[in-house]
Design a protein around this ligand. Structure first.
Ligand code: UDP
Ligand code: MG
Length: 334
């Protein structure tokens, strides 16, 4: 097995996609044999295809294994069980040696021949080019929630792309190294990347209907998607300053609690109204306690983020004239 780095790493997350694999791998090899694509890289062009099997229970793995002997660029990482697409992409990113990294779904819905156009777009000076399934070939039950998801994400993040969750994306390796993904966060990769200051573009790509097998995402995706949405919002806005979030909420809650308690107390002192039979009393107490709790959560968050902030809170685009040792600290040694 070669250890040298290559120019383009293709990462394919797959979960029970056996029927699609022969066509997919055939099409990938065809698309990657294109001279026009090679010309976009310095000579000689080299690539690898990293198949990440996310715990398939069909014989996807055996099939890939049997193809490897005749295709030296093909690699396989096979998970013990199904960990989800985000984990599969993370494993692919860890293994990739390419200067550019491209992800593509295994179900033949994404078009391998679009990779060339996306790399051309990268050359305009972007760090991440994300596909846009402009004419999406999926059932309405998928298209509608997805439109909603994209609209909400656009609204809250201010990022103007149409399709956050396209399987087809091309990254500079620096982006994949900086991304820390968990949960089902692959849907928010453009948000995380933009937050780190990387330049993002979108390119319409051809989309195909699923030919084999079924979608791996049922209705549970809406809930996990919602939770991940809050995580991403929190990470991109408050990760390094949790007190700004919890402190504000705590202060607001305490303030209302205090006003209510003061009002009841004055009522008792000035007008001699009874206190114990008034429901609003409980609201006042509740808000005061909640406020203190939120505040303490913020303080704990601050302590955690201070003591665990070994990673830098910035992303460096390039360095000039640093020694190799200095440059390495900023991840830009090569
Ligand atoms: N996938 C995966 N692990 C999972 C679910 C999906 O690796 O737990 C892969 C799947 O095999 C496919 C890609 O992620 O290559 C996208 O999944 P799918 O086509 O089911 O999603 P959809 O296109 O319906 O959004
Ligand atoms: Mg699909």
């Amino acid at each position: 097995m070669s250890t040298a780095h290559c120019q383009l790493s293709i990462i394919v997350p797959l979960f029970n996609e056996r029927e699609s694999l022969p066509d997919l791998i055939g099409q990938l090899y065809l698309a990657l044999a294109d001279k026009e694509l090679h010309n976009l890289f310095p000579e000689p062009f080299s690539f690898e295809i990293i198949m990440v099997d996310d715990g398939s229970t069909d014989d996807s793995c055996t099939l890939i294994g049997s193809m490897i002997s005749s295709k030296p660029e093909l690699r396989l990482i096979s998970f013990q069980r199904n960990f989800g697409k985000t984990a599969a992409l993370s494993a692919g990113f860890m293994a990739a040696t390419g200067d550019l990294v491209c992800t593509i779904d295994a179900d033949l819905q994404d078009d391998p021949f679009a990779i060339k156009e996306m790399i051309k777009k990268m050359h305009e000076g972007y760090d991440l080019v994300s596909g846009w399934k402009q004419k999406r070939k999926d059932p309405l039950s998928k298209i509608i929630p997805s439109k909603l998801f994209n609209a909400v994400t656009r609204l809250f993040t201010g990022i103007t792309i149409h399709d956050f969750n396209c399987g087809l994306k091309v990254y500079r390796k620096e982006v994949t190294r900086r991304l820390e993904l968990h949960g089902d966060m692959h849907r928010y990769i453009p948000v995380l990347a933009q937050w780190m200051g990387f330049r993002i573009a979108e390119l319409p790509v051809k989309h195909h209907a699923r030919k084999f097998g079924t979608t791996k995402y049922g209705s549970s995706r809406f809930f996990s998607g919602l939770f991940d949405f809050f995580s991403v919002l929190f990470i991109t806005r408050y990760l390094r300053r949790p007190m700004h979030f919890f402190g504000m909420a705590g202060l607001t809650s305490s303030l209302f609690g205090f006003i209510i308690s003061l009002y009841i107390t004055l009522d008792k002192i000035l007008l001699n109204k009874p206190v114990s039979n008034r429901p609003i009393l409980f609201l006042g107490i509740l808000l005061l306690i909640l406020g203190v709790q939120l505040f303490s959560t913020g303080l704990l968050g601050e302590m955690l983020s201070t003591s665990s902030s070994k990673g830098s809170s910035f992303a460096v685009r390039e360095t000039l004239n640093l020694t190799a040792g200095q440059a390495k600290k900023f991840g830009s040694a090569d």
